[in-house]
Design a binder for this molecule. Structure first.
Ligand code: DP6
Length: 360
């Protein structure tokens, strides 16, 4: 599909008003998206596990305006409170998607959104938030055309979500989601995420993700700034090639359930992401001393126990612990006894691989 396929020709019905509600999960990248071109086109392809417990729930009430306005008309409640500071992000999102959702200036929208995880946890809510909002808008659009096939519905939802936040396009559908054009991955595109199209061993279908909240404060450098620093980055080109190669490696790892190789790719991706931050100009560090303390403990535990516990990081100090469900008992014991001490106020979130967004 190309971008223009997402521009609707006309609407059959113009609904006066209504309400839709969706919940969309967060996701954690195994091969990282870091670096982008114009219009939210990723510099390299990425793949992620969809999460289950960490979600955003968004409802949108819409009411037709007497006449089409020049500006977007919406109000926003976050966890029951009006949040003016969140509005510019939505405004930017609406501007980017207006071409594809032409009814945006014909309605007033009341957006009500909340997360199942604490907002101040340092877990990015932009992926689940933009995914949930995009699904609400698609749900409204669906009511205005006579027929829309489900495949198109989800593709366009992911396409819109990408324009809100790149990683959000991986929070729509599927347990393992691939985004970004890749020669060896059939159906892959820069425009939206697709459910991973090749065989995946059962062991990955119940994978666990325990998120250790190392630092709950605001990040010192936003993802958007970080992505931009990949332009003219001294190691940028090599890094994009590495991500490409890691996706090729993962294909047989996913199929065969090879956990040792999985660990090598996933941890290397996490550390490379942070290495890119440390080697950009200006350089910055988002890990905290306890991030490193946890990594050392994980390596020690893995050496001694031969269990398949590994870590990944997103653009922050928190640590995602990934492990197979059948090793949960031993790993949870280790987490409680050895790792919680490194978490801010002892806080952590137990999650697992999930299956995508749902209408409520
Ligand atoms: C480190 O999707 O938050 O989590 O497109 O600017 O909104 P924008 O960036 P964002 O970047 C996520 C980066 C990452 C890696 C990943 O999820 O692939």
């Amino acid at each position: 599909m190309i971008e223009n396929d997402f521009i609707p020709l006309s609407y059959k019905y113009e609904k006066e008003q209504g309400r839709v509600q969706w919940k969309a999960p967060s996701n954690i990248a195994l091969v990282k998206y870091w670096g982008k071109k114009q219009n939210q086109i990723p510099a390299n392809a990425s793949v992620s596990f969809t999460l289950d417990e960490c979600r955003t729930i968004t409802s949108v009430e819409f009411a037709k305006l007497d006449k089409v306005t020049n500006e977007f008309s919406f109000d926003l409640l976050f966890e029951g409170k009006s949040r003016e500071d969140f509005k510019p992000k939505i405004e930017t999102f609406f501007k980017r998607i207006e071409k594809y959702i032409p009814f945006l200036k014909s309605y007033h929208f009341s957006i009500n959104t909340s997360n199942t995880f604490p907002h101040s946890s340092g877990i990015a809510s932009s992926a689940s938030g933009m995914a949930a909002l995009s699904l609400c808008l698609m749900d409204i659009e669906k009511q205005m055309v006579s027929e829309m096939d489900l495949d198109f519905f989800y593709k366009k939802a992911s396409f819109l979500a990408r324009l809100g936040s790149g990683s959000a396009c991986r929070s729509i559908k599927g347990n393992l989601v691939q985004w970004g054009e890749h020669n060896d991955i059939i159906g892959s595109t820069n425009l939206y995420g697709i459910p991973y199209p090749y065989p995946v061993s059962e062991v990955f279908k119940s994978f666990q993700d325990t998120i250790l909240l190392v630092h709950k404060g605001q990040k010192s450098v936003s993802s958007t700034v970080g992505h931009n620093l990949m332009h003219n980055h001294p190691f940028g080109q090599k890094r994009f090639e590495q991500a490409h190669d890691n996706l090729i490696r993962l294909r047989s790892i996913f199929a065969q359930g090879n956990l040792d190789d999985f660990i090598e790719v996933v941890e290397s991706e996490a550390l490379t992401l942070h290495a890119m931050m440390m080697t950009s100009i200006p350089y910055f560090i988002l890990m905290k001393p306890n991030t490193l303390n946890i990594i050392e403990k994980i390596w020690e535990f893995r050496r001694d126990s031969k269990k398949h516990l590994c870590f990944t990081l997103d653009a922050g100090a928190n640590v995602h612990l990934l492990y197979p469900n059948n090793e949960k008992r031993e790993v949870n014991k280790f987490i409680k006894e050895e790792l919680i001490a490194y978490c801010e106020n002892g806080q952590y979130i137990c999650d697992q691989i999930g299956f995508g967004a749902k209408k409520m």
